[in-house]
Design a protein around this ligand. Structure first.
Ligand SMILES: *Cc1c(COP(=O)(O)O)cnc(C)c1O
Length: 374
């Protein structure tokens, strides 16, 4: 029925290198057939048929009609911030990829960093209220490694203070919380479909809203504000996803099980290997979460131990990543103290996980780490 995914050929003859992730590649012939269709239609971008198909799949997958696909997760953040009319101070997390706070800065908002929860690594609801001033208009929190923020507590704070609530759900594709897709909490969320993410369209992203008015604004904004050929509806930017990218997204949806299921197996192997090892700590995930197993993090006792483990892994061609380091409150445009985030950022490491990782490679990773800790 379906052909098997394309196996990457090792042309290097070097010892295989294991990276923190590896992009899923669907069967090349199937992508080529889609490219042939693009050739035939002559439509390369501008809301073409693959974009429409990709968006239809995303809407069904997110159980939400108000989803807009765009050309990357960072533009998704910027359009979301703009479309929801966010300005002034925005309370955000210091423990995320830099795009979360740099896109606030890019939009002329002031990121105000509240500290994180030491177990979930997500924005700590108890730290938010003391950061609220008369200039605060919004909260932007990240579901770190796809693990849900305390959306109920944060939602209650946002409501009490009349704040706009946005989530950076770049890691949270396919996650649900209390039976509901996580991207549907808050006023709006974004996804990233970058090649290094769980589910990708090479480059790509989406904005998920819960108000038709916000959705419509995103539709105009991602296309320069065009309202027909000669009229404009407010300001815009170029956030369009090309047909080549949308086609990859459409095709990867077909292989979703082959992307997600092996990853869960791989995640469970690491979990079983480290869950009872008191020398490392695993991320806490709220009950009632259906996870996507996109990352596997290990928190070490201190930075030097983490660095020792990383060096040993590097020596054996294993390349974990320090997600996320440095803590964003220490960036040049920030000046806040977030002791919990700075501490976690200094000693956390994400180890390799992807849909075609071999058990043997995982065993190697586990044994190197155990050896270095003993
Ligand atoms: C990857 C990522 C982004 C940016 O997405 P791009 O598609 O690479 O622009 C934003 N936020 C977080 C948390 C990410 O991990």
């Amino acid at each position: 029925m379906q052909s098997t995914p394309h196996k990457q050929v090792d042309v290097s003859h070097e010892e295989e290198r294991l990276f923190v992730t590896q992009s899923f590649l669907p069967p090349l012939e199937e992508y080529q057939a889609m490219v042939a269709q693009i050739w035939e239609s002559g439509r390369l971008t501008n809301n073409g048929p693959f974009l429409k198909q990709f968006e239809a799949s995303l809407r069904a997958f997110c159980s939400n009609e108000l989803v807009n696909a765009v050309n990357n997760g960072t533009i998704a953040l910027q359009i979301m911030i703009e479309a929801l009319g966010v300005e002034g101070e925005v309370i955000t997390t210091p423990f995320s990829y830099v795009a979360t706070s740099s896109s606030l800065k890019w939009q002329n908002c002031q990121p105000v960093f509240a500290d994180i929860d030491p177990n979930t690594y997500n924005l700590d609801p108890a730290k938010i209220e003391s950061c609220i001033t008369e200039n605060t208009t919004a909260i932007l929190a990240t579901h770190v490694f796809g693990s849900p923020c305390d959306v109920e507590a944060i939602g209650a704070i946002a409501e009490k203070h009349g704040l706009i609530l946005m989530y950076d759900a770049a890691h949270a594709f396919g996650v649900s919380y209390k039976g509901r897709p996580l991207v549907n909490y808050g006023h709006a969320s974004i996804l990233s479909f970058h090649a290094t993410k769980l589910f990708h369209s090479i480059e790509g992203g989406a904005i998920i809203t819960n108000k038709k008015e916000h959705f419509d604004r995103c539709v105009y904004m991602r296309n320069f504000g065009h309202h027909g050929e000669e009229a404009f509806q407010g300001k815009g930017i170029n956030g369009k996803l090309s047909e080549f990218h949308a086609a990859m997204g459409v095709l990867n949806f077909k292989y979703l099980d082959q992307i997600m299921l092996p990853r869960k197996q791989a995640w469970l192997f690491y979990y079983d290997s480290f869950n009872e090892d008191s020398r490392v700590k695993l991320q806490h995930v709220l009950d009632d979460t259906v996870q996507n197993h996109s990352y596997f993090s290990l928190l070490f006792d201190n930075e030097s131990q983490m660095l020792k483990v990383r060096e040993a892994l590097h020596k054996e061609n294993v390349f974990p990543r320090r997600y996320f380091y440095p803590s964003l409150n220490t960036l040049p445009y920030a000046n806040a103290s977030c002791p919990v985030a700075e501490d976690i950022a200094s000693r956390i490491l994400c180890i390799p996980i992807h849909s075609s990782i071999e058990l043997e490679s995982q065993e190697k990773v586990v044994s190197i780490i155990r050896r270095e800790l003993s």
